[in-house]
Ligand binder design. Structure first.
Ligand SMILES: NC(=O)c1ccc[n+]([C@@H]2O[C@H](COP(=O)([O-])OP(=O)(O)OC[C@H]3O[C@@H](n4cnc5c(N)ncnc54)[C@H](O)[C@@H]3O)[C@@H](O)[C@H]2O)c1
Length: 441
């Protein structure tokens, strides 16, 4: 398989619907790293290493030296937004990065100007922007996005393009008849079916062109049969949903640990306050519902109350998000966890996570873009479950339970890399060499 992976030479275009706080923090970060101003902390592709072979072999290359990934200085950035702000302006408004850092890379950021977006206010009530495409049908809008992608590719001399959705969270919708097949979806595009959201139009356009698409928001987007079929037909990687960055990241680190020790959990109350534009959008109940469903799913899948009713059968799980402007992008989350141990004795854990939303999300966007591009070059098409590591609500093959445990997700990601590079998979059993070491004493 290793020999069949196409080279990462040439330029990679990373196109982003939604040039807001997360996207601009990622773009500015990559440019700053390329200029030697900073380091890509939090990015597994850039900073992480991977063990190969037996522990006795001491082989721990950096992931970026092990698998062929696009180099950071071979990336061209672009995207769409409903506002006309260029990336310098948008990053300044987002107030995530220091003004000093942004000024050091101002010309590069100013050069990235958003293309006109596909937008429908009924999906994001709390936003209003003028930089929006106009057309009679959703089908025409999809064609216009395809043109944008092709024009960008030519203008920036890119060999390949990937798309990562960093747009706002859309209102909650469920899968319906129009999403069932490519035919019904295309019919729906022509008839302006209201159940086709803007993010689906971008995803459709990407998949038609064979451009990998990852979804960083909890929207349905590419998690519908029509998109799964289209991805298969055009041999394109897809993945989602919802970047796993803050409170849910902590949850999927902690819950596997408690469950590993067979400790019981009675209640898990999670609340957040944040004041960025994402918080404003999530202040609308229809948009919050999309996020809530995504955030709530993780505990059941990790703890499996159906298999462990005595430990987790009565677990009460509640998630709240409150818009609180004074905190801006510096989200604060509290978790109160009511656990119980030996003979049912009650204990508590409190977590106060003072995080920076976009600082945590930026490396996830970068890694997803680079790994989706690798998947495409390695001929891995359709749903990329090995990238579940990065998502709150990982897309899986229909009928399959998602894996939320971050440690199992990491093992799957690493073993996938070993597999495509022709290295032995690591089971952590070690029997084949452990005995030899003991006998050599
Ligand atoms: N920051 C995190 O830790 C995190 C974690 C998980 C998911 N997310 C999701 O990532 C997304 C981006 O977060 P953010 O903090 O950058 O939000 P943001 O509000 O700063 O940026 C989103 C941008 O998308 C634009 N937009 C909305 N609809 C659009 C459309 N149809 N086409 C093009 N642009 C559109 C908005 O104008 C805005 O500029 C949100 O959906 C958020 O829920 C963020």
């Amino acid at each position: 398989m290793k020999e069949q992976i196409q080279s990462a030479d040439g330029k990679l275009g990373i196109l982003i619907p939604g040039l807001g706080a997360v996207a601009t923090t990622m773009i500015a970060g990559v440019i700053a790293v390329n200029k030697g101003l900073s380091q890509p902390i939090g990015s597994l592709t850039q900073m992480g290493s991977i063990r190969l072979g037996k522990r006795t072999e001491n082989r721990y290359p950096l992931i970026r030296e092990f698998v062929p990934l696009a180099d950071l200085d071979q990336i061209a950035f672009g995207g769409w937004d409903i506002y006309t702000d260029n990336v310098f302006e948008a990053a300044t408004h987002a107030k995530v990065l220091d003004a000093g850092l942004l000024h050091a890379i101002k010309p590069e950021l100013e050069a990235i100007v958003p293309m006109k977006a596909v937008f429908d206010k009924s999906y994001v009530k709390n936003l209003d922007g003028k930089n929006v495409k106009k057309a009679d049908t959703k089908y025409e809008l999809a064609q216009a996005v395809m043109e944008d992608i092709q024009n960008f590719k030519e203008a920036h001399d890119c060999n390949r393009v990937v798309i990562v959705w960093c747009g706002s969270t859309e209102k909650y919708i469920e899968e319906s008849a129009v999403h069932e097949s490519i035919e019904s979806f295309e019919e729906g595009l022509r008839n302006n079916d209201p159940a086709i959201s803007p993010s689906m139009i971008y995803a459709y356009a990407a998949l038609k062109l064979g451009v990998p698409f990852a979804n960083g928001a909890p929207n349905l987007t590419c998690d519908i049969p029509a998109m799964i079929q289209l991805a298969k037909e055009t041999e394109t990687p897809i993945g989602g949903k919802d970047f796993k960055t803050g409170q849910t990241l902590m949850k999927t680190i902690l819950a596997p640990g408690l469950s590993a020790r067979a400790l019981g959990i009675r209640g898990w109350f999670s609340t957040n306050i944040l004041g960025n534009r994402d918080g404003l959008v999530l202040d609308d109940p229809d948009n919050f519902k999309t996020k809530e469903v995504s955030k709530l799913s993780v505990l059941d899948d990790i703890l499996r109350p159906d298999i462990n009713p005595a430990l987790y059968g009565d677990l009460y799980h509640k998630v709240r998000i409150n818009y609180y402007p004074p905190h801006g992008d510096n989200k604060e989350s509290w978790d109160n966890i009511d656990i119980f141990g030996w003979l049912g004795y009650a204990m508590q854990i409190k977590i106060n996570f003072l995080c920076r939303d976009s600082i945590l999300a930026a490396p996830v966007v970068l890694d997803l873009a680079l790994f989706m591009d690798l998947a495409k070059r390695a001929n891995m098409t359709g749903i990329q479950e090995w990238l579940s590591f990065y998502f709150k609500s990982p897309q899986t093959a229909p009928g399959l339970r998602p894996e939320h445990d971050i440690f199992k997700q990491l093992i799957k990601l690493q073993n996938t890399l070993r597999h495509i590079m022709g290295e032995d998979l690591i089971t952590h059993l070690g029997l084949d060499y452990y005995q030899d070491l003991v006998e050599a004493l």
